[in-house]
Design a protein around this ligand. Sequence first.
Ligand SMILES: [Fe+2]
Ligand SMILES: [Fe+2]
Length: 273
Amino acid sequence: MDRDTKLVHCIKVRQPEFEFDFDIPKYWFYNNPVITHNFNGYNLLFPEFERFFIRSVAYFKTQIQDEKLLEQIKAFSGQESLHAQAHESYFKVLEHQGYKINRFLTYYKRYALMIENMATPKLRIALTAAAEHYTATIADIVLTNPALLKNMHPTMKKLIIWHSAEEVEHRTVAFDVMKTIGVNYPTRLLAFFMTSLDMLLWSTLSSLMLLRQDKISLLKSIQYKRQFSKQFASVKKQLRQSLLAYLKRDFHPGKIKHLQLAHEQLKEVGIHD
Ligand SMILES: [Fe+2]
Ligand SMILES: [Fe+2]
């Protein structure tokens, strides 16, 4: 058993302190408004997403006998709940910078609730497993491309590393619950496509909402996006390969291992177990 395989069984709920000072620069990602607002946009979506994940997984708790998986579910819920709180705390930085986000959040919450009410419990856990693959993929990209976070404001760096490390740590939980309760392959695929559309739609809308308030034109936005693609050419390929892997019938998120890397980077930003 390699070190990463041993580590996967230990999901730790950490409670790092975050000082969301108002000195965080407006464009904290390489002074690039488009990529900064992509992250900011996800930041607005995360709290609602993560609370949905917790509810979806908790629904099946009584049907699971495996003690190890039950322990992992508990830790998963603890981690996600703290992620949601931390990202929500960051909202006040955006508001201090002058962004109006409440209207967007109201529409988004209404939409998320509608989907949750319409989906069956099995579809909800499949949507959660798919979304967890997205978050783990983004986490893999962050952890394996240290240049992305170079020169970043320390609070933002700490937030992103902490969230990424824990996404990597609990990446198998929702998937294993989904497998245990017998969600079939077509439902898994349907959920992946629904999640992909959702991610694309809401991350685009949230970024555009913020960019519009900065009065940044579409043409200028495309230029900023190109600048990022040139700077981090390998990221797109990594993203595509990881997402497509989910479509394989024998896919399991435990096959991807960045745990050791995650724990090293947690220490680097001062988060210790
Ligand atoms: Fe999370
Ligand atoms: Fe997660």
